[in-house]
Design a protein around this ligand. Structure first.
Ligand code: 3NM
Length: 222
């Protein structure tokens, strides 16, 4: 299998839902199913923070979420845990700046999708050189979901990356909602990645639908 094309990945990144067991107040399988029904295009399993599952519990939970994704043909990305991604034959891995180096992860995962979190131009350029397929850039807006999140940077960071000629697919992350999605896309992101805007929504389905609509409209694809 060859690496995913930029065009295919840009489409997959439009509405990127990230979730772990502690991001939901309702049944996580129901939340993911609703999110898919509402129009998410990619899913990341991110089991981190207080009360995070480990060992067999984490594996079993991931496997069940992956089965839901597979049924609906939504690619399944694993945050940080390369071994789990390989065991599950996930579609890709997402790593942060504090995780294993991107070039080493690339060697382990072959042509699977590799996403890297970047907060500035230097990190973005290094990630690209080391084999990233896409970048997650943030936090764009304030977020209370990630305990150690850096200060919000606004959409200017996205504009900066594009102005310096970076053409790699990019998703914005951090505090994104249906109401501020347009700004993120107009500034240069190909899509939005969210946790709480879907995981804690009264209706995950409706919020996923609103995010998808906002991205479509901002890209003028309506
Ligand atoms: N990474 P919410 S911000 C997982 O800036 C994550 O790299 C961030 O959650 C980064 O959509 C963040 O609920 C949390 O704000 C995103």
């Amino acid at each position: 299998m060859a690496r995913i094309s930029t065009k295919q990945l840009q489409e997959k990144l439009r509405v990127y839902f990230i979730m772990g067991s502690n991001n939901c107040q309702k049944d996580p399988f129901a939340v993911l199913t609703e999110a898919i029904e509402g129009g998410i295009t990619l899913f990341q399993f991110r089991e981190k923070g207080q009360g995070a599952l480990s060992g067999k519990e984490k594996y079993d939970f991931a496997k069940e979420l992956q089965a839901i994704c597979r049924k609906h043909r939504i690619p399944f990305i694993v945050n940080d845990d390369v071994e789990l991604a390989l065991e599950l034959d996930a579609d890709g891995v997402h790593i942060g700046q504090e995780d294993e180096r991107a070039d080493l992860v690339r060697k382990k995962i072959g042509d699977k999708i590799l996403g890297v979190s970047a907060h500035n131009l230097e990190e973005a350029r290094r990630a690209i050189k080391q084999g990233a397929d896409y970048l997650g850039v943030g936090p764009i807006f304030p977020t209370s979901t990630k305990e150690d999140a850096k200060e919000a940077q606004g959409v200017a960071v996205l504009r900066t990356l594009r102005e310096h000629g970076l053409s790699i697919p990019i998703v914005g992350i951090g505090g994104i909602t249906p109401h501020n999605t347009k700004e993120v896309i107009v500034a240069g992101a190909d899509g939005v990645s969210v946790i709480s805007a879907i995981s804690l929504a009264a209706s995950p389905r409706e919020n996923a639908r609103m995010l998808a609509k906002a991205v479509r409209e901002a890209l003028n694809k309506d």
